[in-house]
Design a protein. Sequence first.
Length: 421
Amino acid sequence: MRRILIVGAGQSGLQLALGLQARDYDVTLLSNRTPDEMRSGRVTSTQVMFGTALRHERELGLGFWEDRAPAIEGLGLSVAGPPLPATAPAGRVRRIVDWVGRLDAPARSVDQRLKMAGWLETFAARGGKLVLHGATVCDLDFFAGRYDLVLVAAGKGELVSLFDRDPARSPYAAPQRCLALAYVHGLGPRPEHPEYDAVRCTLVPGVGELLVIPALTLSGRADILFWEGLPGGPLDVFGTGENPAEHLARMLELIERYAPWEYGRATQVELTDPRATLTGRYTPTVRDPVGRLPSGGLVLGIGDAVVVDDPVTGQGANSAAKCAAACLAAIVERGDEPFDEPWMRSVSARHWSTTARHATRWTNTMLAPLPLHAQRLIGAASGCQPVADRFANGYDDPADFEGWFYEEGRAEAYLREVGGG
């Protein structure tokens, strides 16, 4: 029986560990937190799992919360009009674009405190070897010779230093957004579609983006309010010293000013729990997937250890799930052959070329000022449902944007084809 060590108990690490366990591999998982610590901790992320990622979970029997998490049937986009002076009354901004695309398959969002704790308990209950330890490079150096394969799925901490930044695939050298989020109860429905749930994204040119995400948290149905602000801009006002109530109040003030159509349904919200807020920023980065230990041993990076995209397009958890699925298939296909460096690089190269590069390109495109043809596509979706639907479903399959979104000629041809020109 092949022995495999996985470091990191997030989406990619746990999904892969549970998948290998189901195929009778001898799996050891290193986690720096217990399930109880996960549940009682601060929220760690936003996340929307689209159809493909949910299918990977379902195939492993891991869709534990699908009957409880809101079924997200659409993805809507609004564009705010020109920003008003700071002295202007709140609520005066108007939408110049507003539409919602329907998803081919429902998406879902489950608070990772709930999800990862449940998966970790499942791994242990099924006989998995769980080691509660914050691993260092020295630890991996000690462990490496005892396993046929060592994988690092931790996107933060010392272990990330094992994987060199790939400058050709990492155009940004600094964070492109400052992030602030809150999980809340009491948000009303969007009046345009009260009969179904949708992720709503508001683009505020020159300021940032607001995402509103239906979700399931520890205390039941919730919504995530998520600001992405340009560093140094009017949304870059969240600090570590404010308490959760102050954090939420500040988020709502900014929603009232820059997205009043969302503020109207948020006047009665309250935090889901005392640890339901988060701030931060990080640099989008792609790293070399193979790390070399001081002793010369090799480790394979997966998920956030290798590809870190800004959350503006909701690709992080989806990319991690797809990476875990690809890695599981490659390990099983390898049989008894050694997990050597050529194999590691071939697995990563295949995942990058078929999946990860598309999510990264899409995300980096949405972080930058959009070219005129892309703006025209977004505007055209207001009066052409096929454009809105295709845009929405691109969040599940970002590879599709290659055919119509990035190049002006293809964009114009597509609009003529669907009658949206």
